[in-house]
Design a protein around this ligand. Structure first.
Ligand code: ADP
Length: 177
């Protein structure tokens, strides 16, 4: 059964156990998906985030979900794109893997991600999609208890990039067998 799904929509509507927020290192809210998550969760999320003391790029901090329809928020600052020479690929992969590790530690079986770093942080979307898909698929291979991971894309271009990355990754795996 396929356990990684790509969908088009608004992550704040996801009823998964956890949703991941593409945060910034202050964890004090921002624009894009971060702003949408804070608006949907309500002011209590910012109150909890204020106590967390920020978060380094690629690492994660978990919170309650407040008015969101999920159980937990996992906040991870993605890397800002500087042209590819500032460890961006590894840091982006860290965001996905560390979010899954944190969600699993909280007992989550279903997790939704946005397209981390490809908005204001300008990470090229095809490159980001390949990193996201390969990191999540490699985690799922060794963690059968994680039932479903969804990447929720907000626009058609992003959706197509992640669909392509997923089909290519599945095709390459089939070729190896
Ligand atoms: P970053 O700073 O990590 O680049 P952004 O929030 O600017 O984060 O963008 C990351 C992605 O999240 C972009 O593709 C953007 O279109 C998307 N996005 C914005 N709002 C939502 C939402 N409500 N649900 C899902 N994705 C969203």
């Amino acid at each position: 059964m396929q356990r990684l799904h790509i969908t088009l929509g608004d992550i704040t509507h996801c009823t998964t156990d956890a949703i991941v927020n593409a945060a910034n290192t202050s964890l004090l809210g921002g624009g894009g998906v971060d702003g949408a998550i804070h608006r949907a969760a309500g002011p209590a999320l910012l109150e909890e985030c204020r106590k967390l003391g920020g978060c380094p790029t690629g690492q994660v901090k978990a919170t309650q979900a407040y008015r969101l329809p999920c159980r937990f928020g996992i906040h991870t600052p993605g890397p800002i794109w500087h042209g590819g020479t500032a460890n961006e690929d590894t840091l982006l992969s860290d965001c996905y893997r560390n979010s899954l590790i944190a969600a699993a530690a909280l007992g989550c079986r279903t997790v939704a991600f946005p397209s981390i770093s490809t908005g204001v942080y300008r990470f090229p979307v095809h490159r980001a999609a390949n990193i996201a898909v390969s990191t999540i698929r490699s985690y799922l291979r060794t963690h059968p208890e994680m039932q479903q991971v969804t990447i929720v894309c907000f626009d058609q271009t992003t959706f197509s990039a992640y669909q392509t990355a997923l089909s290519e990754s599945e095709y390459n795996d089939a070729e190896k067998r």
